[in-house]
Every structure is written in C-alpha cells, then in structure tokens.
Design a protein around this ligand. Structure first.
Ligand SMILES: Cc1cc2nc3c(=O)[nH]c(=O)nc-3n(C[C@H](O)[C@H](O)[C@H](O)COP(=O)(O)OP(=O)(O)OC[C@H]3O[C@@H](n4cnc5c(N)ncnc54)[C@H](O)[C@@H]3O)c2cc1C
Length: 474
C-alpha cells in the first residue's frame, strides 16, 4: 500500500519527494513512467533447440489466481494459448485483492485498496473499458492527533528534506539509524522524537510493511512510481479481478505442493495428490510462500533465485475495519493520524465515509506491531482499536461490526507484500523474474523489478511471463 495520510506531514510519496527533497534542493529519483508496460528489463528465454512448439498445442498451468496469474492467462489467451488451467489454493480468486464486507454487506478492502498512479497504469485501462467506478483520494485531507487527543502539527517539510538528505548520505544504514543521528544533531526532545517516529512510521512503515530499522533509503527510492493521483473503488477492487477471471478455467481449493520440471512434461501435484501435466508452468505464488518452501521444486530452484528469495522480505500491513452507527469523526476528513506513545501503532486511520457514505473506519498496523496483533483474538484487536480512538476522540461507541486481517498467518500469502530490506540490492528483484529453463516461469508482485508490491506490478509481471512463453513459439 502506498500510504498516505499527510498526517505524517508529506506522506504521499510523490508529494513527499516534492516537499521534502525539493526543500533540500535534491533531484527526484522518480522517472517518467509513461512506458510502464515496457518490460525491457525482463529476462529473456532461449528458444529450445529443434522444432518450435505452437501456442495452440501447449498445455499451460498457472499456479495461483491473483492479479499476476489472471493477467498472464489473459495475455496468453490473446496470444493464442487456449489450454490454460489455473490452480488456486484458496476458495476464491484475487489473492491479495480481496473485497470483503462489513455490516449489512458494505464492501471493504482487506488487501489492495488504491490504484497507485492512474496515469499509464494498466489497471486504469481495465477501469475505463469496463466503466468501473473509482473515487479520487486526497492524502492532504488529514488531521493529526497527539497522544493526549490534542491536535498536533505534522513535521516541518523543510526538516523532512534534511532528514532525507542525511538518509541519502547513509544508503547502507537503516532509516532508524539515520533518525538516531538526525535526532542527536537536531537535539530533538521526547515530544519531537515521538512526532518524528510517527511520521517515519506513516511514511515508510505503512508503505513497505516493515519497521524503519529494516528499511533503508534505497528500499524507498528504488521502486518506480506512477503519476496521476491515486483512486479507490467504492464498489470494491474485486471488480478488476472479476473482469480478468471471467471465462477462465480456474480450479479453486487446489493448493499446489510440488512441481517436477525434471522431464519435458512438467508434473504439478496438489496437496490432495491430484496431478496435472503441462508443457509450461507459470508460478505466481507470493514471495512469502516461496520463502516458506511451501512448494517443492524438482529439481530445486537455481541458487541465484534461492538467494533472492532469502534476501527479499515480506512486509506486513494489517487492517481493522470498524462500522459504527454514526460518524463521531469529521465525516469528510479522509485520514486520521495518531501520534501515540507507541509510534506506528494505530497511527493511520482511513475514513471510508467519503467513498461509501457509511461510517466505516479502516485502521492500519504495519511491521512488527502488525505481526504482533495477529496473535490477539478479534475481540482484543477491536478493543485496542477502540482504545486508540478513545485517546483521540474521548468517548467512543461500541462498533456495530469489526473485521481484522492476519496477512502473515495467511498460509497462501505469509505477509502482505515484498520489500527491499536494508543492504539488499534492488537488482535482486530481477532474479525473481528469471525463468528456469524453458518450462518454468515466474510472475507476481515480487518479480517485478520496477513496481514491486503493487497490483500493477503484479499485472505487468503476469503479462511478461506470458510474453516469455509466447516468445518460444513459432
Ligand atoms: C493489506 C494490503 C494492502 C495493499 N494495498 C495495495 C494498494 O493499495 N495498491 C496496490 O497496488 N497494491 C496493494 N497491495 C499489494 C497488492 O495487493 C499485491 O501486490 C498484488 O495483489 C499481488 O498480486 P499477485 O498476483 O502477485 O499475488 P497474489 O494476489 O497473492 O496471488 C497469488 C495467489 O497464489 C495463491 N497461492 C499461494 N500459494 C499457493 C499454492 N501453494 N498453490 C496454489 N495457489 C497458491 C494465493 O492464494 C493467491 O491467490 C496490498 C496488499 C495488501 C496485503
């Protein structure tokens, strides 16, 4: 999630770059990305010796039914592949795009929420062609409460610029180490430190799902961003999934346990022992699933890919959605920030009233605290959420309904999305995209070397895998 909330000060990435780096007189590292569909950096595949196969005769199995898989299936179909089977572990399609509901069927996102940068974005094409309703979001439409409920001022953008300039001088250090140095130089007192740590959590931890001790400025700087503003789907992100999934051969409740690619015909085995044969396989399972070795590859994956799987990490971003009878907050304010005594905990709340017309709040928790709350019962999580709201608003009524996510405990995800830990080179993402021989292909957000951790990155990676396969045909 590209959070959001100018409660941190300039928390939206683009605005941050403008306000922060601009103030520091630095040049932005964000390239112009009109050609975001261009995967010129994608690893190519050597065509097999001898007679080339034809699309029509190929049996393709895609593992997973998230954005990457569905985009791969779509692109394969366009390129003349008609024997494509999708094996999905869950009882639903969409993976980390998951529109659920609260109360009397009010749609709420439990996974992806925004199109990050509508300009040149492949999701925008789907939106336009299918006339799907979107709503613009405004990260500046925000309030910030201090730990005692008083209004707080966000950190000064000029100081942000100084912090960022120092971070760029220390690219191998964690953002927490940079902050320690910054705080010492600027002689920050306890209150200032708390506000800063809130801002850093909002800016970086919510975006990457990791603590600032696990991130460096390179984690932030290397991925590309798209322009044009961010939008949400009042009727649910799953509408995108529905468009891509229509008419496909998708086998739900088919968790894949093994992929044997030692022979020309690949054998895919599910947990229940069913087998599927394929000429090519596209693996789109999340990085977290690969890290857990939940699928046995025979022979094993190449060392460079295994190293990349180990080096990259899965961030955690959990959310708690609360439905109330009436809004007790400013119904038009989109972001509610909370600079509590434990910075980063319950620190960002999205007010869904402007999009849904119903009193629903979505409260986010990233990184190690996001992981910690997964251990609590639903009732405990809700009660802690209410505690944070009481610190901001005083008396708070009981919610009518509540829904909380547990992305790390989810066996088919094992985290929310990939991030680049401190000290790991961004090129590592490229290793994730490298096909193994001419039979095993990889897609998914963690395989996209420009837009990792996003839906559009996942979508583009699926198309890339399809093109790699298509490139082998006559
Ligand atoms: C809380 C949260 C908020 C986010 N917010 C945004 C946002 O606002 N905007 C944005 O652009 N992105 C956002 N993202 C990221 C975005 O959701 C993902 O990058 C994208 O959806 C990933 O798509 P994918 O196809 O790579 O993976 P997935 O969607 O995870 O698809 C992989 C599929 O593989 C299946 N699978 C796993 N193991 C197996 C197995 N053994 N056998 C068979 N199937 C298996 C899974 O069930 C899943 O369906 C968010 C993610 C989360 C979790």
């Amino acid at each position: 999630m590209r959070v959001a909330g100018s409660t941190a000060g300039p928390v939206d990435r683009r605005r941050f770059i403008k306000g922060g780096l601009g103030a520091a007189g630095l040049v932005t590292a964000t390239p112009l990305l009109a050609a975001c569909g261009d995967d010129s950096d994608a690893p190519t595949v050597e065509a097999p010796a001898g007679e080339s196969p034809s699309a029509a005769g190929e049996r393709i199995v895609i593992v997973g039914a998230g954005a990457a898989a569905l985009a791969a299936a779509d692109e394969l179909e366009v390129r003349g592949f008609h024997n494509v089977v999708i094996l999905e572990a869950r009882d639903r399609v969409g993976g980390r795009i998951w529109t659920s509901s609260i109360g009397d069927g009010i749609p709420v996102e439990l996974g992806a929420t925004w199109i990050h940068g509508v300009r040149g974005n492949p999701i925008s094409d789907i939106v336009e062609h299918n006339r799907i309703e979107t709503a613009e979001t405004d990260y500046d439409n925000a309030v910030l409460y201090d730990h005692d409920g008083r209004p707080a001022e966000p950190v000064d953008p000029a100081l942000w610029g100084q912090y960022m300039a120092l971070a760029y001088e220390m690219p191998d250090a964690s953002l927490a180490e940079v902050f320690n140095q910054f705080a010492a130089t600027h002689a920050l007192g306890d209150d200032d430190r708390r506000l800063w740590l809130h801002s850093l959590a909002s800016m970086f931890s919510h975006e990457f799902g990791a603590d600032i001790s696990d991130l460096s400025i390179m984690s932030y700087d290397e991925p590309s961003t798209l322009r044009g503003g961010d939008v949400v789907f009042p009727q649910g992100y799953s509408q995108i999934v529905d468009v891509l999934a229509a008419g496909r051969d998708i086998r739900l409740d088919h968790p894949v346990a093994g992929i044997d690619h030692s022979e020309p015909i690949v054998v895919i085995t599910t947990e229940s022992g069913d087998t599927f044969e394929a000429d090519r396989v596209v693996v789109t399972v999340p990085l977290g699933v690969l890290k857990a070795d939940a699928i046995t590859f025979t022979p094993g994956l190449p060392p460079a890919m295994r190293d990349a799987i180990t080096a990259l990490d899965m961030g955690i971003l959990n959310r708690t959605c609360l439905l109330f009878d009436e809004p007790f907050w400013g119904r038009d304010t989109e972001w509610i920030g909370y600079a509590g005594q434990q910075p980063g905990q319950w620190s960002e709340t999205l007010n869904l009233y402007p999009y849904l017309g119903r009193p629903v709040l979505a409260m986010f928790n990233p990184g190690s605290f996001g992981a910690e709350i997964e251990q609590y019962s639903d009732a405990e999580i809700t009660s802690r959420a209410i505690g944070a709201l009481m610190a901001m608003f005083g008396d708070v009524p009981e919610p009518v309904d509540a829904v909380s996510t547990r992305w790390e405990l989810d066996p088919w995800s094992r985290g929310s999305y990939s991030y680049l830990p401190v000290g790991v080179a961004f090129d590592t993402y490229r290793e994730m995209a490298r096909p193994v021989g001419d039979r095993l292909f990889f897609a998914g957000e963690a395989t996209h070397s420009r837009f990792p951790s996003t839906v559009h990155g996942a979508l583009l990676s699926g198309r890339r895998a399809a093109r790699q396969i298509s490139g082998l045909m006559r």
